[in-house]
Design a protein. Structure first.
Length: 377
């Protein structure tokens, strides 16, 4: 990546030489050019919100910024990119979306996330630390910045405008208004599940901002809940890519003897899963882990993996995550253990499962979704 201060070599995490997706885009470069051209003072507390792979904080490392991210993978990419750039350990503070924000922010740089709800929650959490002199600049590709995005900045922080587009990227300029009457933060959000979704019918779901379908049960998960494995038998179960944890909670409700591990790379998601589990007073044993899929779990240690793989990485469509989830599941499953997957019909997960496991069985289907099962032989 070309910056006003030199070239940086950056990579996503986990690194894959076959992956052609870059660890930065034109909006990152646009923001850095603006900061340099306008000689924005960076001597105070600099906070970078939503830095996707650490490109911004790596470029600004000499100013000792704080990065706030909801992504474990982004945090790991940041660590690797900082090390690659020769930045000393501790020069950049790494915070998660669940950590307490700093008490004062002098420069707030915002990489606009895909989720408007996540942006709302994060701006609301950071607003008390913003003061009249805080420089607030957002950045994103033009297709990511909508009228609703600008209205959110205006409603929570103050008057907002945008720049002209450069290389299909835009900047957002916000002037903090200390006298603004800010709305209450609506997150986290809770609702009752509908009837007809198995063991969790009528139970409570808790969603932190940014979690997929945070205000309702999505139709894919509804279909999965109606076709989960029934009856006791799976002692160790993993809800992989757990989101709000409703699938793993359903297993725990149906079989209190099961040990359920909730795993997601989103700090918001794992917090949601834990809140959902606890809100329902489920007996039994559960663990909640933010991490890179099933990395770190012992081989042959799990009886059942339940999975709804994402097929987007920010704005890019990719099956890389699904492949890693499927291969990871095969490694951690005991012989005879099963991976159950929900997915859109057109994604062709049955082909991938046959390549990884050597088998794939259709459990249920409707015009949009399929539930598939693969067994470790």
């Amino acid at each position: 990546m070309t910056t006003p201060w030199g070239e940086l070599e950056l990579a996503r995490f986990p690194e894959d030489p076959r992956d052609r997706l870059r660890a930065w885009d034109a909006s990152d470069e646009y923001l850095l050019r603006y900061l340099a051209a306008e000689k924005i003072p960076l001597s105070g507390t600099v906070v970078v919100l939503g830095d996707r792979w650490g490109a911004l904080v790596t470029a600004l490392a000499k100013h000792r910024p704080l990065q706030i991210t909801d992504s474990f993978l982004a945090q790991e990419a940041t660590r690797a990119n900082l090390a690659r750039a020769g930045v000393e350990t501790g020069a950049v503070g790494l915070l998660t979306s669940q950590d307490a924000p700093p008490e004062r922010i002098d420069v707030l740089l915002v990489r606009v996330p895909k989720s408007l709800a996540l942006l709302e929650d994060q701006l609301a959490r950071l607003a008390p630390a913003v003061h009249e002199g805080t420089v607030v600049v957002g950045t994103g590709m033009a297709k990511e910045i909508h009228t609703s995005t600008l209205q959110l900045f205006e409603r929570i922080l103050g008057p907002t405008r945008t720049s002209l587009a450069e290389k299909k990227a835009r900047l957002i300029f916000c002037t903090p208004d200390p006298g603004l009457q800010r709305p209450a933060n609506p997150w986290p959000y809770s609702y009752a599940l509908p009837e007809g979704v198995g063991a969790v019918s009528g139970r409570t779901v808790v969603n932190h901002a940014g979690v997929f379908c945070a205000d309702r049960l999505d139709i894919g998960t509804r279909f999965f809940l109606q076709h989960l494995p029934s009856g006791p038998g799976a002692r160790r179960v993993v809800d992989l890519g757990c989101g709000n944890g409703v699938v793993g909670t359903a297993v725990a409700v149906a079989d209190p003897a099961a040990e359920v591990l909730f795993v997601d790379e989103s700090f918001q998601a794992v917090a949601s899963a834990e809140a959902t589990y606890k809100a329902n007073g489920v007996p039994g044993h559960a663990e909640f882990r933010v991490g890179d899929g099933l990395a770190g779990l012992p081989a042959d240690s799990v009886d059942l993996v339940l999975n709804n793989p994402p097929f987007h990485s920010h704005q890019a469509t990719t099956d890389t995550t699904a492949w890693r989830m499927f291969t990871g599941a095969r490694r951690v499953l005991r012989p005879g253990g099963e991976l159950w997957v929900i997915g859109n019909r057109h994604l062709g997960y049955h082909v991938k499962l046959r390549k990884v496991f050597g088998n794939s069985q259709l459990v249920a289907s409707d015009p949009k979704f399929v539930v598939l099962k693969a067994v470790k032989r």
